[in-house]
Design a binder for this molecule. Structure first.
Ligand code: BGC
Length: 336
């Protein structure tokens, strides 16, 4: 009998251990609260590696580092037909990415990235609108607190194309109306003109839209944050961080908190960052980022760091996959 009880207890123990290992702890998502996030730059540019998006580890680690959301930049033009209908194979992948991020405690911002200057006069507003209608239909029953839409990234409204501040605003308004017809409660992120510039916030004062969030980007000063990057035209110019630069950075951040206070609108600083590949010394990287982290914490401004990988990466992918690691100085500076 003793033998039998022993055996039974052993089997019970083994099953309990196996059961514990299998049971996945799904972190609870707070009622649509965005505080700290990362841009998962990949699908906005066909030349960028994107397989990491399909790995659960990506999201587990991001959550464990203390982030609560990701922004997923996608150039939907690469995945739709001429009517703006997105392919089912792409939706299959997107659904799985969003689900994986959500299951690991991360809210997802779906950002239509890359179409900076929509040629309104040539009828492209219709394509843009159709794409958003298609996305809205696809996700209309998806939980509202886990998926947000961001209409357009860094619209180039001051460069002589036919998308100026007014046409941009009309376009965003009409797309919002179309999305609301399909999915009335989805939170939508709108862009301020001129590459999401904080200086363009002035023209937004009169608006107060329910369930909208206003997106701002700051890379001030550009010569400092983008130094060492040939694509940014600052390749051979090393620039030190000084107090004047930090002051002008804070002045731009102040434009956000002023806007937030005056209009009572929700805001998000959903792009900022700097070259983290070693061109800028660690001390400056930390000082620059913790200045933003401190300010946004004090003024309750949610943010999304640009970016997970690449020139501004918080995560160093190493060489051919060897030596990959989180850049601890970037993590520590942001997570104050
Ligand atoms: C662009 C990226 C760029 C980043 C910083 C983003 O909006 O899409 O290509 O690296 O801004 O300049």
């Amino acid at each position: 009998m003793k033998k039998f009880i022993c055996c039974f207890l052993c089997i019970l123990l083994i099953f309990t251990i196996l059961g514990c290992k299998k049971a996945k702890i799904t972190p609870a998502i707070k009622e649509y609260t965005l505080t700290k996030g990362i841009n998962l730059s990949a699908l906005e540019d066909n030349t960028k590696p994107n397989k990491f998006l399909d790995k659960e580890k990506t999201y587990t680690e991001i959550f464990e580092k203390g982030f609560d959301h990701i922004r997923l930049p996608v150039d939907f033009r690469n995945y739709c037909n001429s009517e703006g209908v997105i392919s089912s194979s792409f939706y299959k992948r997107l659904d799985s990415i969003i689900r994986m991020a959500n299951d690991n405690g991360l809210i997802v911002i779906l950002d239509f990235h890359g179409w900076y200057n929509i040629n309104i006069k040539n009828g492209y507003a219709t394509l843009f609108t159709n794409i958003w209608k298609d996305i809205a239909m696809h996700y209309k029953d998806y939980p509202k607190d886990r998926l947000l839409f961001e209409l357009i990234n860094e619209p180039h409204t001051t460069e002589g194309g036919d998308l100026d501040a007014n046409t941009l605003w009309n376009l965003q308004n009409s797309v919002i109306a179309e999305i609301r017809n399909i999915d009335p409660q989805r939170a939508i992120i709108v862009a301020v003109p001129d590459w999401n510039s904080p200086f363009a916030l002035d023209n937004f004062k009169e608006y107060n839209y329910e369930n909208l969030i206003v997106a701002i980007h700051i890379y001030e000063p550009l010569e400092f944050t983008h130094q060492g990057l040939s694509w940014a035209g600052t390749a051979h110019k090393r620039i030190d961080l000084n107090n004047q630069m930090l002051l002008s950075l804070v002045q731009q951040l102040e434009l956000i908190s002023k806007f937030k206070f005056l209009t009572d609108n929700k805001v998000i600083l959903n792009e900022f960052g700097l070259n983290t590949t070693g061109y800028i010394i660690d001390e400056y990287v930390s000082e620059y980022l913790s200045c933003i982290a401190r300010y946004t914490k004090t003024h309750n401004i949610p943010w999304t760091y640009w970016s997970y990988r690449g020139d501004f990466g918080i995560y160093d992918t190493g060489f051919l996959g060897f030596g990959s690691r989180w850049r601890q100085n970037v993590v520590e500076a942001l997570m104050i």
